[in-house]
Design a protein around this ligand. Structure first.
Ligand SMILES: [Zn+2]
Length: 371
């Protein structure tokens, strides 16, 4: 695979095939052994409940028959983000130990407590994706993070963390990673989602903690919370399998997507300037020109209050799904394809609310940039 940059130039020289094969022989995870050529479902104990029951994470390990890289796939770190659970299932249905080089470690439900209540958070309102790398003596969130880091993430060569947009928003399927990390960028291009977006590492996130251990992680964002969306699941499933192909783990990975991957290192949320009822004029994935009308806000009697035009030429990579807005609400998330001034990448943008690891609206009021 030769990654191609946004401007059509050849990408980094690093190739996923340069990874050392590490998946040789039996694996031991949380005290459970997974032999070569075996697939095992196990429970990784992380904490205890009020009633003294074990709190444990479901883990499926597929250990191949040949040496190769170790890849982890995690889903539902935010307990209301469900598409990734289905993606893990679809991937596991297509991977047999006999066809595999290296090993695949899947955690289909990381936030096992949040998912019980359809919640992004843990019961104590902690955002698990701000609690990495965690600690063996910490809170439940810290213990979940620590167990994942020590038993799975820290020993892998690469990983994919599956997310959706936060409640009342949707994301077009996209990869978020550091475009300047040549390993992550190469794997992100191999994934083949329609978009690959520069995303700064957020302290306490799984991706940040993994990167500190030298493990490149792709964050996949696709669809809405609390739904199974077949089109998103298909993109995510093919993407994970393509990454496995690029790593040399699978021989019959899906072919690259027919449509070229769009890279972007600059995104902006466009916000409502008036409160009222929202009428969007653009759709998910749509290319918009500068000054093109994005939406109209009307009052309760239907009279137009304002129309918002796009300040940029870009592509809609996310949007609200709630047809009601207050002034200042984030409505449309635009990616500007291509490479832009470095100064615009790393500075926190005042118009950037939450997305990859997003806060819900109540928390945005507390802390706009808490994502
Ligand atoms: Zn998430």
């Amino acid at each position: 695979m030769t990654p191609t940059g946004a401007d059509g130039t050849q990408g980094p020289a690093w190739s996923p095939h340069t990874l050392e094969g590490a998946g040789t022989g039996p694996l031991e995870i949380g005290g459970a052994k997974v032999g070569e050529g075996a697939r095992t479902d196990l429970q990784l104990q992380v904490s205890e409940s009020y009633t003294g029951d074990r709190t444990s994470l479901p883990v499926t390990v597929v250990n191949g028959v040949r040496p190769g890289p170790l890849l982890f796939v995690t889903a539902a770190v935010h307990g209301d983000e469900l598409n990734g659970i289905a993606i893990v299932r679809e991937v596991l249905a297509r991977v047999e130990p006999a066809d595999l080089s290296g090993a695949l470690m899947c955690v289909p439900v990381v936030n096992v407590l949040g998912v019980q209540f359809h919640s992004r958070y843990l019961p104590d309102r902690r955002d698990l994706n701000r609690c990495f790398p965690g600690s063996a003596s910490g809170s439940t969130a810290g213990r979940i993070a620590h167990a994942l880091m020590t038993e799975i993430i820290g020993r892998c060569d690469a990983g994919i963390d599956l997310h959706t947009a936060a409640n009342r928003r949707m994301n077009v399927p996209q990869i978020r990673c550091s475009l300047h990390d040549e390993r992550a960028f190469a794997l992100g291009m191999a994934f083949g989602a329609p978009f690959i977006i520069e995303a700064a590492r957020r302290p306490g996130s799984l991706r940040d903690a993994a990167a500190a251990e030298g493990v490149p992680v792709l964050t996949f964002e696709g669809g809405e919370a609390l739904r199974f969306e077949q089109d998103v699941i298909a993109v995510g499933t093919a993407g994970v399998l393509r990454v496995m192909g690029a790593l040399g783990m699978l021989e019959d990975a899906p072919p690259p997507p027919a449509v070229a991957v769009v890279t972007s290192d600059e995104t902006h949320w466009i916000r409502a300037d008036r409160g009222g009822i929202l009428h969007l004029h653009v759709g998910a994935g749509e290319h918009v020109a500068q000054d093109q009308p994005l939406w109209t806000v009307t009052g309760p009697f239907g009279r137009e209050r304002s129309q918002t035009h796009s300040p940029y030429s870009g592509v809609v990579i996310g949007m609200t799904t709630l047809p009601l807005v207050n002034p200042g609400d984030a409505v449309v998330h635009l990616a500007l394809p291509g490479e832009h001034a470095a100064s615009s990448i790393n500075e926190p943008l005042i118009d950037e609310p939450s997305d990859e690891e997003d806060a819900d609206r109540a928390d945005e009021d507390e802390d706009e940039d808490r994502t």
